[in-house]
Design a protein around this ligand. Structure first.
Ligand SMILES: Cc1cc2nc3c(=O)[nH]c(=O)nc-3n(C[C@H](O)[C@H](O)[C@H](O)COP(=O)(O)OP(=O)(O)OC[C@H]3O[C@@H](n4cnc5c(N)ncnc54)[C@H](O)[C@@H]3O)c2cc1C
Ligand SMILES: NC(=O)c1ccc[n+]([C@@H]2O[C@H](COP(=O)([O-])OP(=O)(O)OC[C@H]3O[C@@H](n4cnc5c(N)ncnc54)[C@H](O)[C@@H]3O)[C@@H](O)[C@H]2O)c1
Length: 463
């Protein structure tokens, strides 16, 4: 049995906790992933966005044509793009692992850890304990067990998830995507822009259906121009062999379909890794979906055990995991002056085509919560930069409380949505009301941010 000052499970956000200030702590860092550094670096945010940028460039002629710019359609070499991306990322992962392996105060375990009791873990055949434990074990892709044949189809190498699809050798001619959430939207954009025929199979009647209804409706309409969108299809069965994959679906009219592709991407959500770590054996409370329950200080139900990131936060977003890691880092170093996680709202962006970004409540959520609301939908096309873009489908939608004049929800679909949302997030986070946000600063003319300014003014809440 070996005792440490601190055990951290997970080399993603968990790895960032252990900095120079822990130089005199005896630390165990544990990760069983094939690549060191966690999901964001190796399989998530970073490589996906490095594929999205070339995809955006490939769509440039589409954006140019309404402006009178008739550029020839560029093409991309999948293998060149892939190798550039992983040629940058893989050395960062390898370098990070070597650096940790050589650190005098850190013992790096590259194996699966499991709780064997309260405060006790087993890893690589060794029993280890610690004064403090941080669970940063993340989440993993799911594969619906209810779909007949899907479990067996993985062996064909024609079925992928987001962990594997970015490293494939060649662009599939026909890609079928199961699911219509974040991952489906981003990969549908990437593969269709690169030239694959993409079919998206969605159970419900819309893509990104957790977004505000206006945004989901607009996104679904835009996506349908680039992909074969099968809405309201339940997937009954999957078959795959050396040549192709077949997805058997039934639409909401009861008609059966057989979709054929070269690859199937399963993008049906992720679940927390609490089970792989057997956290309940360690006495740690989880919710019905398996997320570790934490308080505002990121403490679990067991004294001396914290959790951060996807394993405990259902939003499963990297900026949330990063902030939580900073909270835990502080609380480990300053137990007499602990901090709480009070940041709100938590924004997100989907880097599809078009981009989507949001923070706070949807209109339906605001109404359900009983707020007396003002709603504004401001078209990009109502501003000078929108004229320059010749935009007809992008908008900023704001929901504000008429009494407090605070923005309750901000939703953007269109070019630069992931950046345009930030002044609204800042205002919402710091409690700035609508009149102050709109008129308490200059808005650069004729920048695209004027659509945000005009949306604020359209709420009709000025002093
Ligand atoms: C395709 C994709 C795109 C994404 N894009 C974005 C984006 O644009 N923006 C955004 O904010 N978020 C994005 N995310 C989400 C983001 O990647 C995650 O929220 C974030 O990486 C979670 O970090 P984490 O530290 O909680 O877990 P991770 O980074 O997943 O780290 C957990 C580590 O723990 C290890 N582990 C798990 N169980 C054990 C065990 N029992 N023993 C030992 N080791 C274990 C795992 O191998 C893993 O390496 C994306 C995710 C995906 C899949
Ligand atoms: N830009 C970003 O921030 C970003 C990008 C990608 C992923 N992520 C993170 O990763 C998480 C996982 O992404 P995701 O797209 O896999 O999940 P998601 O929850 O966004 O979407 C899952 C989709 O799968 C569908 N689905 C679920 N079970 C199904 C079944 N049995 N049959 C058919 N369809 C089914 C759902 O209806 C939904 O459309 C996200 O929640 C997000 O937190 C973030």
């Amino acid at each position: 049995m070996r005792h440490f000052d601190l055990i951290v499970i997970g080399s993603g956000s968990g790895n960032s906790i252990v900095d120079d200030r822990f130089a005199d702590w005896d630390v165990a860092l544990i990760d069983d992933g094939p690549r060191f550094g966690g999901t964001c670096l190796n399989y998530g945010c970073i490589p996906t966005k490095m594929f999205v940028l070339p995809a955006d460039i490939l769509r440039a002629p589409e954006a140019g044509a309404p402006l009178g710019v008739f550029a020839p359609q560029p093409s991309a070499d999948w293998a060149v793009v892939r190798d550039r991306i992983f040629g940058r990322i893989d050395p960062i992962s390898t370098g990070g692992e070597m650096w940790r392996a050589e650190a005098a105060n850190v013992t790096l375990y590259r194996d699966t850890a499991r709780f064997t009791g309260e405060g006790t873990l087993e890893v690589s055949g060794e029993t280890i304990t610690a004064d403090r434990i941080v669970i940063a074990a993340g989440s993993r892709c799911t594969s619906p067990a209810s779909i007949a044949g899907l479990d067996e189809a993985w062996a064909s190498q024609r079925v992928h998830n987001s962990d594997t699809v970015m490293r494939i050798d060649e662009l599939p001619e026909r890609l079928i995507i199961l699911g219509a959430g974040f991952i489906a939207a981003e990969f549908a954009h990437v593969f269709s822009a690169f030239g694959s025929h993409v079919t998206v199979v969605a159970r419900s009647g819309a893509m990104l259906r957790r977004e505000d209804a206006e945004i989901s409706r607009r996104y679904t309409a835009a996506a349908a121009r680039h992909v074969d969108l099968r809405l309201g299809h339940s997937t009954d069965r999957v078959e795959a062999d050396a040549d192709r994959v077949r997805v058997h679906t039934t639409d909401n009219g009861g008609v059966q379909h057989v979709l054929e592709g070269d690859l199937l991407l399963v993008a049906t959500g992720r679940r927390p890794n609490s089970d792989r770590l057997a956290v309940t054996v360690g006495g740690i409370e989880v919710d019905p979906l398996g997320f570790v329950v934490v308080d505002a200080q990121q403490r679990t139900s067991v004294e001396g055990v914290w959790a951060v990131g996807d394993v405990s936060n259902p939003s499963m977003l990297k900026h949330a995991a990063n902030h939580e890691a900073r909270i835990v880092q502080h609380n480990l170093l300053h137990p007499d002056d602990p901090r709480e996680n009070t940041l709100a709202p938590l924004p997100h962006a989907v880097f599809g085509h078009p981009q989507v970004a949001a923070a706070g409540l949807t209109e339906a959520e605001a109404r359900a919560a009983g707020h007396d609301i003002a709603v504004a939908v401001q078209e990009y096309g109502s501003t000078a930069y929108g004229w320059a873009l010749e935009d007809t489908e992008s908008c900023v939608k704001l929901i504000a409380d008429k009494q407090t004049k605070q923005v309750l929800g901000a939703h953007i679909i269109g070019p630069q949505a992931s950046s345009l949302i930030q002044p609204l997030v800042q205002g919402m986070s710091t409690g700035v009301d609508v009149p102050t946000m709109a008129r308490g600063q200059y808005w650069i003319h004729p920048a695209l941010t004027e659509v945000v300014e005009n949306a604020l003014l359209s709420l009709g809440l000025e002093a």
